[in-house]
Write a protein that binds this ligand. Structure first.
Ligand code: HEM
Length: 416
């Protein structure tokens, strides 16, 4: 039986923290293998990269998600009791609740509401000396998703709620007091949304029946019970937070327009289908989620390698999107490559892999695509702006990776 290559360091936590996006692919290259084993926080883990590994990872008979997320991530990014830690029937049932919110009309509604916000924000930006795009887009998306999800948000609250939703993903992995702010932000957001769930159930607030606030407040589990207040809040935040996090892709879309002016020209000219190709390439090329984790359900063998029960397994998302065997010149930004993409659900996995109605877990892929397309269309067609001197290098050691300057623009004007 072949042995899974063993990383020589006693524990790889520091190496992972230092280079989270390339930690797995660099070691796989070094060991000339698509997998290796190591320890993270002293727990044994098998790290894997590439489409074959992804297809294995999404085999639900072999892996479970329960108890996989470390405590610090549950206290910030995920929350406790949410869909991320469910398996089997309970997972399918909860996931269906999310999918019911993402039908084509609902996605189109979010797109339209967000496009209206872009119009309003662009007017404000035209009166500002300097616009930090990342900060502004976080706020723009907060206002849009709250309206879409049936969550009332009064004007004076916008700044505070934006900060809370953003801190849960932007500072979760910070190695500084910012991490504590991320925890506090989650506690505050859970209180805010927990109160809202109670208001809806008591009939004092009546969001539209197709909205996330209503659907989640009224959702019943497999036993026919309403979700408890806390779990319902975690799940509604599971819609709000990642929608705001699309700001990361939008900032990278702005970077791409800046670095590849040919793309801006094609978007401005309205070349048919190009905005889809562009949004796909933004999600493939730039870093966002480095990896996903699961636990081996029971001992099994794969290609002769032994996967022992209970071991953690990490699948490399960023590295798989840059896999040399799948992608021609993966480190070049080429939207046209998606004209010929084979649609394989395991070789392009920015939001995880698998079939949307079978084993893919992220329900927000269509929303993310539309929000990136709206933003790219606006930036390419509806406004002009300058990109002043700034540090646009990407900080790959932070999670999520971002350009160090957060992308600053100035002289913003609506196009004639
Ligand atoms: C910003 C862009 C986004 C990225 C990069 C992203 C990425 C991911 C990833 C990597 C996962 C884990 C997949 C897995 O475990 O196999 C995930 C799960 C999830 N995402 Fe997204 N996502 C994004 C947008 C969204 C949006 C817009 C929503 C909601 C409207 C959303 C809701 C969720 C939920 C609820 C889960 C947990 C699903 C489960 O475990 O079954 N995501 N996402």
């Amino acid at each position: 039986m072949p042995h899974i290559p063993h990383d020589t360091s006693l524990d790889s936590t520091l190496a992972l923290v230092g280079d989270p996006y390339r930690f797995i692919s660099r070691r796989c290259k070094h060991y000339q293998s698509n997998l290796f084993q190591t320890r993270l926080g002293l727990r044994k883990i098998i790290c894997m990269t590439g489409p074959e590994a992804a297809a294995l990872f999404y085999d639900e008979d072999r892996f479970v998600r329960r108890g996989v997320a470390p405590g610090w991530l549950k206290k910030t990014l995920f929350g406790k009791g949410g869909v991320q830690g469910l398996d089997g029937e309970a997972h399918r049932h909860r996931k269906q609740m999310f999918m019911s919110l993402m039908g084509p009309e609902r996605v189109e509604r979010l797109r339209a509401m967000t496009a209206e916000r872009w119009q309003v924000y662009v007017q404000t930006w035209s009166g500002m000396d300097r616009v930090v795009l990342y900060d502004e887009v976080n706020e723009l998306l907060t206002t849009a998703v709250c309206e879409w999800a049936g969550v009332p948000l009064a004007e004076p609250e916008v700044g505070r709620r934006t900060e809370e939703l953003m801190a849960m993903f932007d500072r979760a992995a910070a190695l500084s007091p910012a991490h504590l702010w991320s925890r506090l932000a989650r506690r505050r957001a859970e209180r805010w949304i927990g109160n809202l769930i109670e208001e809806v159930r008591a009939g004092r607030l009546k969001p539209p029946e197709e909205s996330a606030a209503w659907v989640i407040a009224m959702h019943r589990d497999l036993k026919g019970d309403l979700l408890d207040r806390h779990t319902a809040a975690v799940e509604l935040i599971n819609v709000l937070r990642p929608t705001v996090a699309v700001s990361v892709f939008i900032v990278f879309a702005a970077m791409a327009l800046h670095h590849y002016p040919r793309c801006r020209e094609k978007l401005a000219a309205g070349e048919p289908g190009f905005s889809d190709l562009f949004a796909q390439e933004v999600r493939r090329f730039y870093p966002f989620f480095p990896a996903v984790m699961a636990r081996v359900r029971q001992d099994f063998e794969w290609k002769g390698y032994r996967f022992p029960e209970g071991w953690l397994v990490a699948l490399d998302l960023y590295g798989t999107n840059h896999d040399l065997q799948t992608w021609d010149a993966p480190d070049e930004f080429r939207p046209e490559r998606f004209r010929h993409w084979d649609g394989n659900p395991f070789n392009f996995i920015p939001q995880g892999g698998g079939d949307h109605y079978v084993n893919h877990r992220c329900p927000g892929e269509w929303n993310a695509m539309e929000l990136v397309k709206v933003a790219a269309g606006f930036l390419a067609k509806s406004v002009t702006y300058d990109v002043p001197e700034q540090d646009l290098s990407i900080d790959y050691a932070r999670l999520p990776a971002l350009p160090r300057s957060r992308f600053v623009i100035c002289n913003v004007k609506e196009s004639e």
